[in-house]
Design a protein. Structure first.
Length: 400
């Protein structure tokens, strides 16, 4: 029956982990997938998560199905985290929100909802480059995917002139995907001033902004600072869609905790949108998983755990920032040809190093260092024990 099914290519990011696992060298380093590692290179379960789980064991809750749109305490707390306690649409009950299978599921629900109901177009514009899964998610949701300029290879920074020109040249009312903070894969974010200009163009052209917020808190260590773009757009009156993930900022990767929300005009419209979100979700997976949402909700609604969580997010963000400083200083000390200041300027989980494909290949083959072919490294894979070896290997690879 399946003789005509062609073999597909592996996921380019998760494929890096496979290559890493097969390597037996003790010096090997995996900088492929964006998952946090502690000072010892180990996966990290947050203490706030462990304490929330202890509370849940005490409460001994049942395992009944959740409603289609998830745990209400969780979705309300997630929306408050993104939009802020003072958010006008939130306080006017104009935000339709549903729990989702992490950020990926939120994007997929959003894509399907827009594909079905957005009245003006079926095209979504993504930054070039963007997270590799964005294109298949939106294509499989029934949207057509196009790109807008974002990254400038020459400066290893934002192509702000190109970005503005492309936004201005889009058909009016186009859907545009924006990374709320800690752009993946580049680590390059607009400044607050640049976000204000982007918001103005989005308004002029009546574009529909769909924010992907997979790293709230992870970029700067502050959840409110990282929500700047989302909250600025809201204060400017934009009706946005938003995908949230708790994979990175709570370290809940495999628990699949996320939320999708959309700002509507009034509570009556919100109720209609809510009813259609349910109709989008029901045939996909009926209702979402319980445990991760209970953990996140317990943390977000308990002052003590919230404080602990904030300090742990800050710790993770700061450790990554320290690694950026160390890597930059090492590359300069080693007189590595080229300009490396982008490493400390970039934000969040990743650095787009500017290493070429032959260099990344040489690093894998000769130094047992694994990263994606585009030269992206997950900064969290670096620590005090491997940073010097990594810096020396990069320096050698660049010198050729
Ligand atoms: N969006 C971006 C930009 C990401 O980097 C990721 C991956 O972490 C996601 C969304 C969704 O990830 P998850 O489905 O694990 O929440
Ligand atoms: O970009 C990354 O590394 C993260 C993790 O199919 C990830 O976003 C990578 C690939 C994938 C799902 C998550």
């Amino acid at each position: 029956i399946w003789s005509a099914v062609p073999a597909g290519p592996p996921d380019p990011i998760l494929g890096v982990t496979e290559a890493f696992k097969a390597d037996k060298d003790p010096r090997k380093i995996n900088l492929g997938v964006g998952a946090y590692r502690d000072e010892n290179g180990k996966p990290y379960v947050l203490n706030a998560v462990k304490k929330a789980e202890e509370i849940l064991v005490q409460q001994n809750p049942d395992k009944e199905y959740l409603p289609i749109t998830g745990l209400p305490e969780f979705t309300q707390a997630a929306a408050k985290l993104a939009y802020g306690a003072e958010s006008v649409p939130l306080n006017e009950s104009r935000v339709a929100v549903t729990q989702s299978i992490s950020g990926t599921g939120a994007l997929r629900i959003g894509g399907a909802f827009l594909g079905r109901f957005y009245p003006h177009t079926k095209t979504i514009y993504l930054p070039v480059p963007s997270w590799g899964n964005h294109t298949p998610i939106f294509r499989d949701s029934g949207l057509e995917v196009k790109g807008y300029r974002y990254f400038d290879k020459k400066t290893v920074g934002l192509d702000f002139a190109g970005l503005k020109e492309d936004l201005k040249n889009m058909p009016e009312k186009s859907i545009v995907l924006l990374h709320a903070c800690a752009h993946n894969p580049t680590g390059v974010d607009p400044t607050p001033e640049q976000w204000k200009e982007i918001s103005d163009i989005v308004k002029e052209k009546s574009l529909f902004p769909f924010f992907d917020m997979a790293y709230q808190g992870f970029a700067s260590g502050s959840t409110s600072r990282d929500a700047f773009a989302v909250r600025h757009f809201i204060s400017e009156g934009h009706q946005i869609a938003l995908s949230q993930s708790f994979a990175k900022n709570m370290g809940l990767y495999g628990e699949r905790v996320g939320a999708f929300s959309i700002i509507t005009a009034d509570p009556e419209e919100r109720a209609r949108v809510d009813s259609q979100l349910k109709i989008v979700i029901r045939p996909m997976y009926s209702n979402p998983p319980l445990h991760g949402a209970r953990i996140a909700s317990t943390i977000l609604r308990n002052d003590e755990l919230y404080g602990l969580w904030e300090s742990e997010v800050k710790h993770m963000a700061n450790r990554i920032i320290q690694m950026r400083d160390r890597l930059y200083a090492n590359l300069v000390d080693l007189k590595t040809p080229g300009e490396w200041s982008h490493i400390t300027k970039q934000i969040g989980m990743f650095s787009f190093t500017g290493l070429t494909q032959p260099q990344t290949k040489a690093l894998a083959e000769k130094a047992h260092i694994y990263m994606t072919a585009d030269g992206r490294i997950s900064m969290a894979g670096l620590n005090a024990k491997n940073i010097d070896y990594f810096s020396e290997s990069v320096s050698k690879a660049v010198k050729g």
